[in-house]
Ligand binder design. Structure first.
Ligand SMILES: N[C@@H](CCC(=O)N[C@@H](CS)C(=O)NCC(=O)O)C(=O)O
Length: 373
């Protein structure tokens, strides 16, 4: 690293620490009244952070031999540490697929758990190269915050969850929240959306934010929160795994209160790395267009035209991207297609791919990868 980039990195680190201190310091903004230990840190979306990755990030990762990839600390179905401390889930597997494409080895990845409030600073300081962390693509994150976004891997939307015993049902709505204590995690689109939705619906809520969603859910179970709110997928996971036997939890409203397009996020102006990340997602979707998955991909080696190119055959474009010709064959054979990841991690929670927004365009969904040529 040259002296200039060292200096830039040092300044960015100092700046990041200042940011962290600022966000921690804003913990009592007057909204919290009910639950203990609430940390009403406000979202740092509007803070400017400086890009520190001076050199070509793709080359750095190849030279390093490891991809550093940030995931949520606990997001059921997306990123949860198993009993050996190894992160499992849809997002963790996107990290591995990207490592397989860039480095030829799905295990050449360092998966880093991050809270929502930590995640963008972790990219800006170079702690991680990439986030696959339930991160919503928004205008301010894409500009002010200094992030770039890849293709959406999960079209989600914000919902709420509350006890049926408290009178809530799947047909409840924001208008039913008057007087409720609503909890979520800090540093998210979630906290802003619910505050705005309450104002628009003319209801008064108490909004408590906590450091992570484990703490949010525990406060809900303990009775400190009437309602919890986050991306719908997150609520489905929590209900599937944590609903006590003597309670029933309802998720509402049926039509989410926001759009939450979740996908890979990285520092801006790293075009070659961005291409590698993005085309890993596209390749795993194109695989599904051809009915190719982890089990049968070897049968398609030597295929003609688009599928052949994608798997490293004649006319392939991967080497022009700075990757090995077989980069996407490696991603698919080691980790699977898009629907393989879904079946492995999300279908067991009851999240259905078929007929959802996350289905391929050929099935009426929104997944429309560009052509591989
Ligand atoms: N998509 C929203 C919310 C992201 C978020 O933090 N979601 C929660 C619930 S699924 C989460 O991942 N929690 C894991 C954790 O707190 O470690 C955003 O980008 O701000």
């Amino acid at each position: 690293m040259n002296t200039k980039s060292k200096l830039t990195k040092l300044l960015a680190l100092l700046f990041a620490f200042t940011l962290l201190a600022t966000s921690c310091g804003s913990s009592s903004d007057g909204e919290s009244t009910a639950a203990p230990a609430a940390d009403n840190a406000s979202e740092e979306d509007n803070d400017d952070v400086e890009l520190t990755q001076g050199d070509d990030l793709l080359e750095q990762i190849i030279a390093r031999g490891t991809l550093n990839c940030g995931v949520a600390s606990v997001s059921i179905g997306f990123a949860v540490a198993d009993s050996n401390g190894v992160f499992q889930g849809f997002d963790a597997d996107w990290c591995r697929a990207t490592a397989a494409a860039i480095l030829g080895d799905a295990n050449a990845v360092n998966i880093v758990p991050l809270t929502a409030a930590e995640r963008f600073t972790a990219v800006q300081t170079g702690e991680v190269d990439l986030l696959h962390r339930n991160t919503t693509w928004t205008q301010s994150r894409d500009s002010d915050v200094g992030m770039d976004f890849g293709p959406t891997t999960y079209f989600d939307g914000q919902q709420l969850m509350a006890r049926v015993g408290d009178g809530f049902t799947p047909n409840s709505g924001v208008a039913d929240l008057d007087g409720a204590v609503i909890c979520t995690n800090a540093g998210t689109t979630t906290e802003k959306n619910i505050a705005e939705a309450a104002i628009l619906a003319g209801v008064e809520i108490t909004l408590n934010t906590f450091e992570d969603f484990d703490i949010v859910t525990q406060n809900f179970i303990d009775g400190g929160c009437d309602v919890i709110t986050t991306d719908g997928s997150g609520l489905v996971g929590r209900k599937a795994e944590q609903q006590p036997a003597d309670q029933e939890w309802a998720i509402f409203p049926g039509q989410p209160i926001s759009k939450e397009p979740l996908g890979p996020t990285y520092g801006q102006n790293q075009s070659r790395f961005a291409d590698a990340v993005n085309w890993t997602v596209y390749a795993m979707l194109i695989a599904d267009e051809y009915g190719v998955n982890q089990d049968n991909v070897d049968d398609f080696l030597g295929a003609e035209a688009e599928l052949g190119r994608l798997l490293g055959g004649e006319g392939e474009v991967q080497t022009a991207m700075g990757l090995n010709a077989d980069a996407f064959y490696q991603a698919i054979s080691q980790m699977g297609s898009y629907s393989d990841l879904w079946k492995r991690h999300l279908a067991p929670l009851g999240l259905q791919l078929e007929g959802s927004a996350n289905d391929l365009w050929t099935n009426g969904g929104l997944m429309y990868p560009p052509p591989a040529r």
